[in-house]
Write a protein that binds this ligand. Sequence first.
Ligand SMILES: [Zn+2]
Length: 247
Amino acid sequence: MWSALQGRVSNRLARHFHAAPHRLPAHAPMVSFTFDDAPDSAAGQGAELIEKHGGRGTYYIAGSLIDRPSDHWHGLSNDAIVRLHRAGHEIGCHTFSHQSAPNLDEAAMAREIERNRNHFRDIDSSITLENFAYPYGLASVRRKPQLARTFRSARGILPGVNRDVIDLQLLRASPLVDRDIDTAGVDRYFDEAVASGGWLIFYGHDVVDAPSPYGCTPNLLRHALEAAGKRNMPIVTVAEALRRIGA
Ligand SMILES: [Zn+2]
């Protein structure tokens, strides 16, 4: 309980401390689809749909969950990771054990990142982890500067469009999760991204007809991809988005 409270407090403070502010270029709306952990369906049906719409996704992977069953899905395989990487999707970093940042001291966080890096290097030496996503979306005041030295960006789960001056070390991301949002909600985010010239990031997990409480149906993903197409918004990885905004 105390630890959960500390985590929440740290997460709130982390929004304001050690920000890495970056001003977006005028009017360059774009969207990134990100998947955490990640389930095999995100690498399968999820990637397939994104590719069909001319985009690529970012997969923030925890090495300990690879090829493992969990309560809600089966983790993607090493082969699937290599396939994603070779198809131009981005492999990003979660913590190896999926522990949250507020629960890790500096040495423990460094070990988590190193274990993840080593895992991916072993399966394909051309995979480099440039970007990070906080497990459970829990940022940490103490870990934020450490992560800023290690990664180009860190993504949370604070919803909303990244617009005007954004914090590269706590990127906003909105749920592409059926339990949290419907097609009208998805459209509202896209409209805000167009109006502000901002960068919209979605996060999700599984992509199946009967998704977990943390995932979406193929229909919701397809709707979001079509929403991007209707607005001529490029569908890019987080790494590519950072290049486009000159970060
Ligand atoms: Zn996760």
